[in-house]
Write a protein that binds this ligand. Structure first.
Ligand SMILES: O=C(O)CCC(=O)C(=O)O
Ligand SMILES: [Fe+2]
Length: 295
């Protein structure tokens, strides 16, 4: 179906499109908002340029895609529990950056985020791109044998390597002085999600394992699960399944966290980068489409 009230320009073959003709600081017409949402589902991540958003306007823009909510572990912006500032200062050198490995946001939650809207207040002159990978493409290009092997598997997800008692952000290590990250016992909890999930809106299957938070596979030894997870990560991040977004101040990305992984490239030590994110409430991943007409 064509787009009539917005311009949609795909960025790569498997994922990502830039949308023009939309000012996210104002309420969108119903038609525009429907089309923007359709593009979000079709491309798994959509980008907008030259936006100017107050915190309230960013939250309102987030509502076009879902319901803003407050995430654990990262201290929100004062007065705005749905917003987090993601900042790397010029002096934050040689440290891990927030979102710096492949992940689905908060996949360790029972209901991982549906998606997120990320707004660049200050982009470095170069570097600091974000890369997205289509987990539809990753799943669909597996062999029938591998699909059958993965079908019944359950992934174990935990924030422990980031937010647990010995996570990488503990005691301020690896976190910018401009971000406050809390490590708690809850950070060590483990959540189970199907390795192959069915997208609740498109009905398409996608892989749901990632580098940051998938710590194992249920019922398997580490030495059994690790090679499978390593293979899936290597496969899912093949160049042809990805797109890479070059930020400018005022750029916005909105990703479908059910269908895409992402990571933030850390190649701009010495420059400042300031992003603001509104995270959207998700639902519990499931394996198959619930059967129609169950009632
Ligand atoms: O800073 C970025 O480009 C992305 C960071 C990240 O992973 C996120 O906001 O979810
Ligand atoms: Fe992220």
């Amino acid at each position: 179906m064509a787009y009539e009230t917005i311009e949609v320009e795909p960025l790569a073959g498997s994922i990502g499109a830039e949308i023009a003709g939309v000012d996210l600081s104002k309420p969108l017409s119903n038609r525009q908002s429907d089309e923007v949402y359709r593009a979000f589902l079709e491309y798994s991540v959509v980008f907008f340029r030259d936006q100017d958003l107050s915190p309230e306007q960013e939250i309102a823009a987030g509502r076009v895609f879902g319901e803003p909510y407050s995430i654990p572990f990262v201290k929100p912006m004062d007065g705005y529990p749905e917003l987090i500032d993601i900042i790397k200062e010029p002096e934050d050198v040689k440290m891990y950056n927030f979102g710096g490995r492949w992940h689905h946001d908060v996949s360790f939650q029972e209901e991982p985020a549906k998606g997120a809207l990320l707004y660049a207040l200050e982009a470095p002159k170069w570097g600091g791109d974000t890369v997205f990978a289509s987990m539809y493409a990753a799943y669909e290009t597996l062999s029938d044998g591998m699909k059958a092997l993965l079908e019944p598997l359950v992934g174990l997800h935990s924030g422990r390597n980031s937010y647990g008692a010995s996570g990488k952000f503990v005691g301020g290590a690896n976190s910018s002085r401009s971000m406050q990250i809390e490590n708690t016992a809850e950070g060590d909890a483990v959540m189970e999600h199907p390795v192959v999930r069915t997208h609740p809106e498109t009905g398409r299957k996608c892989l749901f394992v990632n580098q940051n938070y998938t710590v194992g596979i249920k019922g398997m030894e580490e030495r059994e699960a690790r090679p499978i997870l390593d293979f899936l990560l290597e496969h899912a991040t093949r160049d042809e399944f990805t797109c890479r977004f070059r930020w400018r101040s005022g750029s916005v990305a909105v990703w479908d966290n059910r269908a895409a992984m992402h990571h933030a490239i850390n190649d701009y030590d010495g420059a400042r980068r300031h992003m603001r994110r509104v995270t959207l409430k998700g639902d519990r991943p499931f394996r198959e489409q619930p059967s129609a007409g169950a009632e």
